[in-house]
Design a protein around this ligand. Structure first.
Ligand code: MCA
Ligand code: AMP
Length: 524
């Protein structure tokens, strides 16, 4: 069986930088020792929760769990009590891994805790810190990972990542080790991604994008990650001007880059130079508007490429580094991924033959649901056999819920989504139902509906429509409801706008007419 991180156990690149967060960094040797040492303490754990701050400790914790063959559940450190309570009750971790000194919320205090200690890597570069030495006399740096690596089947769970549905609380997608290896190797092929690449990003580490692509990706290649801690256009400019070769981001981040490029200042010139130097600029998690593609290309001469993925499927398609970048498309299926477009009645309208040549309706007009099959797929939703069964067709294809057309040369163009109750805001998927439920728990709320409305920066912004228990609603109730959702679920799930109504528009069956609500906002 192959190892997920050959560079970590081989020892041949022990002195190469592996991960850097701010001014703290670890070489491969140091990471292997830190994660290897921690992995040795995880044997026998069922599942481990990881307090996934944007830090070296999160990288060490997740790598350690993977070395030990123990599934990790990354937690958003800004999760509110409702969301956290649900994830803990559902995934039942036997312990939590968190950076030493970090205070955890009450619901986690009952769990056994292991502090993640990162002794090396404060300040400086690998060169001026010297070659790392393992505590054991005579043992070469990096041998810790090899010593604790536990062989587990490729189909066993590596991560459980929570993702929102249209209704109810988030579901835990169980991601097997083979899916991680398959998706990262397919991206290496599509992007010519190697150990020489230095990736920069500021993505959160509790989702597939930031964690699997953004941390495990460079580590599988033997390359380097420089994480910004939090996204900023200045951080991107600094790192790309200082040797970083690739940038990953969600469309909101590229939108902010496009805005900054238009400012006509000295920083703008620096930023344009930096982006112009990058080998690859990759956007994903939501659609990057063509206007932002164009603004970035006009200012830098570079084209952003898009890839399309999902928590349940990891990556499905991408514009290839050696292919034609075409704004508005997400490229072609990655190696190993089967993809087809399917009508409402289940008939296939377009697919690819065994040579990858598109067949069927490839006029770019016929819209069908994207269905996928391949080694990149999750295995199940934890504790949710009903939802798992519903997600697959009888012949084993995963229903993405994304609607698309196919061009004659096989490029996929996403045109919409089946469920209007799924909102993508800042690249985060958020179910309208979970926000409505949180709003209804507030004593001042009688009825609530939530929609996603177009937003230049976030793609969609969350808008709440509330019938208050006593009219008129006090002026402070809007911000209070927003805070209530942020505290209960997570800050990125908070409504950005709250409208108060006397009644919600409903049809004869009592179902809320969300289109009529949108119309109301347009009229305002
Ligand atoms: C604001 N804040 C609050 C409140 N209001 N905190 C508590 N209560 C409130 N009422 C805080 C926030 O926590 C945050 O804190 C700060 O104020 C700003 O919040 P916000 O406005 O939400 O952030 P933003 O700056 O607008 O964020 C934009 C962003 C972010 C950086 C683009 O949305 C982001 O990181 N998106 C990435 C999403 C992602 O990775 N998706 C991948 C999933 P603080 O300042 O401390 O942060 S999709 C996926 O994985 C699939 C597979 C795929 O295809 O990729
Ligand atoms: P998540 O469930 O958070 O992993 O989000 C997955 C969803 O993000 C997909 O089902 C798509 O709707 C959307 N998505 C991801 N990448 C892209 C992209 N490049 N263009 C359009 N939508 C995307």
């Amino acid at each position: 069986m192959s190892h997920l991180f050959p560079a970590l156990v081989g020892g041949s690149v022990a002195e190469r930088p592996a991960v850097r967060f701010g001014d703290r960094s670890l070489t491969y040797g140091e990471l292997a020792d830190a994660a290897g040492g921690l992995a040795g303490r995880l044997g026998g754990a069922g599942r481990v929760a990881v307090w996934a701050t944007s830090s070296l400790e999160t990288a060490v914790a997740v790598v350690a769990a993977l070395l030990a063959g123990v599934p990790a559940v990354p937690l958003n450190p800004k999760s509110g009590e409702g969301e956290l309570g649900h994830i803990l009750a559902d995934s039942r971790p036997s312990l939590v891994l968190a950076a030493a000194g970090v205070e955890l919320p009450d619901s986690l205090r009952e769990l056994a805790r292991i502090d993640v200690e990162v002794s090396q890597g404060v300040g400086g570069t690998a060169a001026n810190r010297g070659v790392p030495q393992d505590a054991t006399e005579g043992r070469p740096a990096g041998s810790g990972a090899a010593a604790t690596f536990r062989e587990v089947p490729e189909d066993s769970a590596a991560l459980v990542v929570y993702t929102s549905g249209t209704t109810g609380p988030p579901k835990g997608a169980v991601i097997p080790r083979r899916a991680i290896a398959a998706t990262l190797d397919a991206l290496a092929d599509a992007w010519q991604w190697t150990g020489d690449d230095v990736l920069v990003h500021g993505l959160p580490l509790f989702h597939v994008h930031g964690l699997i692509l953004g941390v495990l990706g460079p580590l599988r290649r033997g390359g380097s990650l420089r994480h910004l801690g939090r996204f900023s256009t200045e951080g991107v400019a600094r790192e790309l001007n200082d040797g970083a070769t690739m940038l990953f981001g969600v469309p909101t981040m590229y939108h902010r880059l496009a805005e900054a490029l238009g400012e006509d200042t000295a920083e703008d010139v620096e930023l344009a130079k930096a982006l112009g130097r990058a080998r690859l600029l990759v956007s994903g998690s939501a659609a990057l508007p063509v206007h932002d593609h164009q603004r970035i290309t006009a200012a830098t001469g570079r084209r952003v490429i898009e890839r399309y993925g999902m928590t349940e499927t990891l990556m499905n398609t991408s514009v290839r580094a050696d292919g034609e970048p075409r704004p508005g498309t997400v490229g072609v299926p990655l190696p190993g991924v089967d993809l087809r477009l399917v009508e409402e009645d289940g008939s296939t309208i377009a697919a690819y033959d065994t040579d990858g040549v598109p067949t069927g309706a490839t006029d770019g007009d016929h819209v069908g649901e994207i269905q996928v099959r391949g080694p990149n797929l999750f295995t199940e939703y934890l504790n949710r056999p009903d939802a798992t069964a519903a997600a697959f067709t009888e012949d084993g294809w995963f229903r993405t819920g994304d609607m698309a057309t196919l061009d004659a040369d096989g490029y996929v163009r996403i045109v919409g989504r089946k469920a209007t109750d799924l909102i993508k805001s800042g690249g985060y998927k958020i179910g309208a139902g979970e926000i409505e439920n949180a709003l209804l728990e507030h004593p001042a709320v009688r009825e609530a509906a939530v929609t996603g409305e177009p937003d230049d920066d976030l793609g969609e912004r969350i808008v709440a429509w509330v019938v208050p228990n006593s009219a008129p609603a006090p002026a402070a109730l809007g911000p209070e409801l927003s805070d209530h959702v942020a505290r209960r679920l997570a800050p990125h799930k908070r409504p950005r706008v709250v409208h108060f109504l006397d009644a919600l528009p409903r049809n004869d069956m009592g179902k809320i007419l969300k289109r009529a609500l949108r119309k109301t906002e347009e009229d305002q």
